[in-house]
Design a protein. Structure first.
Length: 639
C-alpha cells in the first residue's frame, strides 16, 4: 500500500513540474531501481537526489523526501546522511521556520565533527546558519558565522561553497546600506561561481549582484544580469527563483518611475506568486515589494491589506525588517487621516528600531502628536478669542519646531562623534602602516644592494687576491675579505623579509635564534607555548610584524643592554598571540618611555608595528633586567 501511494505521489509531482523533465526522469528511474532492490543505501541516495531536485522548487517536497531518506541513511557514513540532513534544514529555512532550520544545521555541524568531515562541509553549514541570523536582523551573529566559514574555506578549492558564502556576505552588507562593499563581494562571487557548474549558486550570485546594481542606480547593468537568470529560471521551471528575479525588477522600475514596465511585471509576478508557498522567502519578499509599490501609487488600503497578511501569515519570520513594515503602515494610515492608527505604528517602529534610527522616528512621532493634539483641540480653540487662538497656535508651532530641531541636532551630534572617532582610528592605522611599509621597502632595497653589490664585489676581490703570489699576509687578507663578505651577506639576509608560505612563525623564530651570530657570546633561550589554536592559522601579516618586532628587540638588547642571558617566549592563545623577551642586562628603557615617550628609532618602529596590528607593547624594568611583552589580538577563527 505504501509503495502504491508513493508511486501515485511521484506521478502527480512529475506532471505538475514538467512531464519531459529529463533530470526528474533520471531520478525517478533511480528511485524505481532502489525500491525494486530494497537496498537501504540506494534508497537513501535516491531520496537525497529527489530532495536536492526540489530544493529550489518546492520546500514541502524537499522535507518529504529528505525525511524518507533519513529513515534509510547509514549514520556511520557522512554521505548521504549529512546531505539529507542539510537539505532538510534548508527546506525549513525556505518555508520560514528559521528556528528549526538553524537547530538542524547545528546538528549537522555536530555530526560532521563526529564523522570527521572536511572543512568545506562545515563552512556551508556555518554560512546557512549565518543566513538565518541575517533574516532575523542579527548582523553581528551572522558576521560571526561568516567569519567561521571564511576560515574553514581558506586555501580550499571549494568554488560552490565559496560562492554561497561570498553572496551571503554581499547581501548582509547591502542590508546595512554599504553597497560599495556589497558589490565587491558580489563580483567576487560571480567570478567564483563561473568556475563551477552549480546553477543554483549562479542564480543566487547573479540576482544578488543585479539587485545591488539596481540599488546603486545602475539599472541597465542590473537588468543585464537579472534577465538571463529570469529566462533560465523559467526554462528550468523554478518559480521561486523566477519570482525573486521579478521582485528585483519591480524594485528597479519603482525607483526609476517606469510605470508601464511596473504594471507589466506586476501581472507576471502575480501569476508566479500563486505557484510559490506563501511562507517562502521569495513570496514574502514579493509581498514586501508589492506593499511599497501600492503605497507609492496611492493605493493605501491595498497596501495595508498586504501588510496585515504579512504580519499574520506563515511567512512572518521571513520579513526583511519589521520596523520598515511598521513605518510604511504608519505612513499609510496617516495618508488616510487615521491618526490613531498611525501613531500606534509609529510607536511600534520606535520600539524595534536602533537608537540612531529611533531618534528620527521619535521626531516623526512628535510631529504627528502635535498634529493629532491640534485636531482634538479644534473645538476648544474655536471658542477662544482671536488673540488667544494666535497665541496657542504660536506656542504649538514653537513646540513642534523645537522638538524637530532637538532630535535633528541629537542625530547630527551622534553621527559626527561616531564618524570622527572612526576616521581618527583609520588615519592612525594608515599612518602606522605607511611608516612600516616604507621602512620594509628600504630594508629590501638595502638587502638587495648589499647582496648583489657589496657581497659580489668582495667575492671578486677575494678571487683576485687568491691569484697573487701566495704569502702569509696574502692568505690572511683573503680570510679577512671572506669573513667581511660573509658578515655582509648575513646582514643582507637579515634585512630581507621572511617567507611564511612554507613555514610558521614559531619555526621561523626558532630558526632565527639558532643561527644568531652572537649565540656563543650571549645565552639566548627560545620557548614556544600553544594554549589553543594553530600556528599555521596565524595571518601572514601578523606573523611578519611579530617576526620584525622580535628582530628589533633582540638587536636593541644586544647593542644597549650588554646582557649575558636573553629568554624569548612565544605563546599562542585562543584570542591572542604573546611575545615576551626577558634579559639580565642594563636597563636602557624605562616603563614610562615604553608607553610612548621613549627615544630611539628602533623603539619607535616597534611601537608603530604594534599599533598597526592593534596590539599593545608593555615594558617592565628593575635592577635585575627588563621584560618586553607584546600582545596581539587574533580574531575568532584565525588561529
Amino acid at each position: 500500500m505504501k509503495f502504491l501511494l508513493l508511486i501515485c505521489f511521484l506521478f502527480q509531482t512529475a506532471v505538475a513540474v514538467c512531464a519531459s523533465d529529463s533530470e526528474l526522469a533520471l531520478y525517478r528511474a533511480e528511485l524505481s531501481r532502489a525500491l525494486s532492490s530494497n537496498n537501504a543505501d540506494s534508497l537513501a541516495t535516491a531520496y537525497a537526489h529527489y530532495g536536492e531536485y526540489y530544493a529550489y522548487r518546492d520546500a514541502d517536497s524537499t522535507r518529504y523526501y529528505c525525511g524518507l531518506g533519513l529513515k534509510y541513511a547509514d549514520r556511520s557514513r557522512s554521505e548521504p546522511y549529512l546531505f539529507l540532513l542539510s537539505n532538510l534544514a534548508n527546506a525549513y529555512i525556505s518555508s520560514g521556520d528559521l528556528g528549526k532550520g538553524r537547530r538542524l544545521l547545528w546538528d549537522v555541524l555536530d555530526e560532521a565533527d563526529r564523522l570527521g568531515c572536511d572543512s568545506c562541509f562545515r563552512a556551508t553549514a556555518f554560512t546557512s546558519i549565518g543566513v538565518t541570523y541575517r533574516l532575523q536582523e542579527k548582523p553581528d551573529s551572522a558576521l560571526w558565522c561568516y567569519n567561521r566559514a571564511l576560515g574553514l574555506l581558506q586555501n580550499q578549492d571549494a568554488y560552490g561553497e565559496e560562492a554561497h558564502l561570498l553572496t551571503s556576505i554581499a547581501v548582509l552588507y547591502a542590508n546595512m546600506s554599504r553597497l560599495k562593499e556589497a558589490m565587491s563581494y558580489a563580483e567576487r562571487a560571480m567570478r567564483v561561481v563561473d568556475r563551477c557548474d552549480e546553477i543554483d549558486m549562479a542564480f543566487y550570485a547573479y540576482t544578488t549582484a543585479g539587485s545591488i546594481l539596481a540599488l546603486q542606480g545602475h539599472n541597465d547593468k542590473a537588468a543585464g544580469l537579472i534577465h538571463p537568470v529570469l529566462s533560465k529560471a523559467r526554462q528550468q521551471k523554478k518559480p521561486g527563483m523566477e519570482l525573486k528575479c521579478l521582485t528585483f525588477l519591480l524594485g528597479m522600475f519603482q525607483r526609476s518611475g517606469q510605470r508601464d514596465s511596473l504594471d507589466y511585471y506586476m501581472k507576471q509576478a502575480d501569476k508566479v506568486f500563486l505557484r510559490v508557498p506563501a511562507e517562502s522567502t521569495e513570496a514574502v519578499g514579493y509581498m514586501e515589494m508589492l506593499y511599497k509599490i501600492l503605497a507609492d501609487l496611492g493605493r493605501y488600503r491595498e497596501s495595508l491589506s498586504i501588510q496585515q497578511k504579512l504580519l499574520m501569515g506563515p511567512g512572518r519570520n521571513q520579513l526583511g525588517g519589521v520596523n520598515q513594515l511598521y513605518l510604511y503602515m504608519a505612513h499609510n494610515h496617516q495618508a488616510l487621516h487615521e491618526y490613531d492608527q498611525a501613531a500606534r505604528y509609529y510607536e511600534l517602529t520606535y520600539e524595534v528600531s536602533d537608537s540612531l534610527h529611533a531618534a528620527d522616528i521619535d521626531a516623526q512621532l512628535s510631529e504627528l502628536t502635535v498634529k493629532y493634539e491640534t485636531q482634538e483641540k479644534e473645538l476648544e480653540i474655536a471658542r477662544l478669542s482671536e488673540q488667544h487662538l494666535k497665541q496657542r497656535a504660536q506656542v504649538m508651532q514653537w513646540i513642534a519646531v523645537a522638538s524637530g530641531l532637538f532630535f535633528l541636532l541629537l542625530t547630527l551630534v551622534l553621527w559626527y562623534v561616531f564618524h570622527w572617532r572612526r576616521v581618527r582610528r583609520e588615519e592612525e592605522l594608515k599612518l602606522a602602516r605607511s611608516y612600516i611599509d616604507g621602512m620594509e621597502n628600504e630594508r629590501a632595497r638595502l638587502a638587495k644592494d648589499l647582496h648583489d653589490g657589496v657581497c659580489n664585489d668582495l667575492l671578486g676581490i677575494g678571487m683576485q687576491m687568491q691569484c697573487l703570489p701566495a704569502t702569509e699576509v696574502t692568505a690572511q687578507m683573503v680570510d679577512w675579505v671572506e669573513q667581511v663578505r660573509m658578515e655582509v651577506r648575513n646582514i643582507s639576509h637579515e634585512l630581507m623579509p621572511p617567507k611564511f608560505k612554507c613555514t610558521t612563525l614559531d619555526e621561523m623564530l626558532e630558526e632565527y635564534v639558532e643561527r644568531h651570530p652572537l649565540r656563543g657570546q650571549v645565552s639566548i633561550c627560545f620557548r614556544k607555548q600553544n594554549r589553543g589554536g594553530s600556528w599555521a592559522g596565524i595571518p601572514e601579516q601578523v606573523a611578519y610584524e611579530v617576526y620584525r618586532v622580535m628582530q628589533e628587540l633582540l638587536s636593541n638588547i644586544v647593542r644597549h643592554a650588554h646582557a649575558t642571558r636573553i629568554e624569548i617566549v612565544l605563546s599562542l592563545e585562543a584570542s591572542q598571540l604573546v611575545l615576551s623577551m626577558t634579559d639580565d642586562g642594563d636597563v636602557f628603557l624605562n616603563p614610562v618611555a615604553a608607553d610612548g615617550n621613549g627615544n630611539g628609532i628602533g623603539l619607535d618602529t616597534i611601537r608603530e608595528r604594534a599599533k598597526a596590528l592593534g596590539g599593545l607593547l608593555h615594558v617592565e624594568a628593575d635592577e635585575s633586567g627588563q621584560t618586553f611583552c607584546l600582545r596581539v589580538p587574533l580574531s575568532d577563527g584565525k588561529a
